[in-house]
Design a binder for this molecule. Sequence first.
Ligand code: ZN
Length: 274
Amino acid sequence: MEGPATYLSDYFHWFVDRDGRHWKLGPWCCTTKGVRFRDAVLVKGYPFFVGALGSLRALQLQQFLDESKPIWVKPGFRYDEETGMTPRTDLSILFRALGFAADHHRDDRRKGVGASPYINHPIAVASELVGAGVEDVEVIAAALLHDTVEDTWATPEDIGAQFGPRVQELVEAVTDDKSLKSRERRRLQVVHAPDLDPGAKLIKIADKTANVHDVGHDPPASWPLQRRADYLDWTERVVEGCRGVNDTLERRYDNELSSARYRVKQALEAEGAE
Ligand code: ZN
């Protein structure tokens, strides 16, 4: 029953109707065999419809829920053939998040000499999570979206309306206040890290892993070596406050950090020899 990932969705409700069919109702997905309501979300235990579905559907579902027997299922529950659910249905939110991020970052490039399209970064962050066994689609979707509020015209409300309240919270938790000076923003990241939600900690570590990799392999051209070294030290302090959520991910970060430090050290030595 328990998968390798610790942080699957907060909760799923299962409902059994009078014909014995099982219904799943959770953020953004309400499904039974052959019938699917894609745009349902659970907010504080009540189903809400957003987007294209009309109020008639919402009423029908409400009526259906009233007449049905709710079953509480603990986090970590995995779909199976019996219920007609497969993890594949979760691809919907991931591809919508990917599309949203790609659209919002469409004019952005990474700071590295390679100036690769910005979207490669959120994809790298999400890939780190998947590679570390994280299966919570809302955390992975939030990873894809993690820089959209900080760096594009997207608002937290846009994220909430399209991806539900939990994804919004996760994205907000890893978004810096851009009205503050960069030094203060960095200080606050270190201070706030230990208080982050476990899902946000996962995203933070994955984000720092991807950034540390870039600083080691494709650093911003304008960054002197000392600035790169300082940046690496700072990420270590942020990650320190996030530890304890996923061993594999934390080891990945440690490896990237050692490798990036080695590269910066070598470059510093080469500079000193000139
Ligand atoms: Zn990032």
